[in-house]
Design a protein around this ligand. Structure first.
Ligand code: DO4
Ligand code: MG
Length: 271
């Protein structure tokens, strides 16, 4: 089951598998339901109206988006190479406590077929293709979408304390195209691919699988929810397992296509 959000008649409507949900559907309050009640509510709200209108990011304006880091060995290795401050990424990769950081508030998130951005004060920028979890207010995993944690490598590499500036700015967070409802077990072996095109030419192609992640999705959620309540649920990036080679940096106009199983998130880069 895939949940999408659409711009329709100057308003916004959620849809399930291509059919609008009733206009009364309230995503935020529905995320206080338990997982089985949430699915039942969606089925109850499904209409026979075919969904139409541009696809919006599958999130509400004041939802919080959080992110985990260094959960795949590729992420640890690339970051150890980009910084002079040694071992911190090794240490967090091996530590019991994962890295967690705030990424975006819902209104700042871009959807599929929308622009993402690179910072004007950064010269080394990459997309990070990640599986993003949707959790409810009880911390249950309800599903996932594809996410792009667009990042500046030189700002984070200069000093890890600059991470919020490397990762949080307008156009640095994309989610979409919809939310695939699934439990953690069903997410254990999903393929993730990243393709970057420049003027119609493929500049980079990388692939991984969620089976390569160091930690379980439940573990990541348990740290996020340990000392924070999310009455309306939350989104959680689970870290990247694909980082382009050191020579690569995003340019204005590049197309970034992230595929996670059947979900395809496509964006282009604006300055
Ligand atoms: O430590 C920096 C952030 C790591 C990250 O965003 C990732 O591994 O995906
Ligand atoms: Mg990341």
């Amino acid at each position: 089951m895939i949940l999408t959000k659409h711009k329709f008649n100057n308003s916004e409507r959620w849809a399930l598998d291509g059919f609008f949900l009733s206009p009364d559907f309230d995503m935020k309050n529905s995320l206080s339901l338990k997982a089985d009640e949430f699915t039942a509510a969606l089925l109850h709200m499904k209409t026979h109206e075919t969904a139409a209108g541009d696809i919006l990011p599958p999130i509400e304006y004041d939802h919080e988006v959080w992110a985990c880091g260094v959960t795949y060995s590729r992420s640890r290795d690339a970051r150890e190479a980009e910084t002079d401050i040694k071992n911190i990424y090794d240490m967090v990769y091996e530590a019991e406590r994962p890295e967690l950081f705030f990424k975006a508030v819902g209104w700042r998130v871009r959807g599929t077929m929308a622009p993402i951005r690179i910072r004007k004060d950064s010269h080394w920028n990459v997309p990070e293709p990640e599986l993003v979890l949707l959790i409810n207010s009880s911390g249950e995993i309800l599903g996932y979408c594809a996410g792009n944690d667009v990042s500046s490598r030189n700002i984070e590499g200069e000093n890890p304390l600059y991470l919020p500036q490397a990762k949080m700015y307008d156009g640095s967070c994309a989610l979409g195209p919809g939310i695939c409802l699934a439990n953690a077990k069903q997410m254990e072996n999903l393929s993730i691919t990243l393709v970057i095109e420049r003027a119609g030419i493929i500049m980079f192609r990388g692939e991984t699988s969620t089976s390569q992640i160091k930690r379980s999705f439940e573990e990541l959620v348990s740290y996020l929810t340990m000392e924070m309540t999310f009455p309306f649920g939350a989104f959680l990036f689970t870290g990247t397992g694909i980082i382009p080679d050191e020579e690569f940096s995003l340019n204005e106009g590049d197309r970034v296509i992230i595929t996670i199983d059947e979900l395809v998130l496509e964006n282009w880069v604006e300055q």
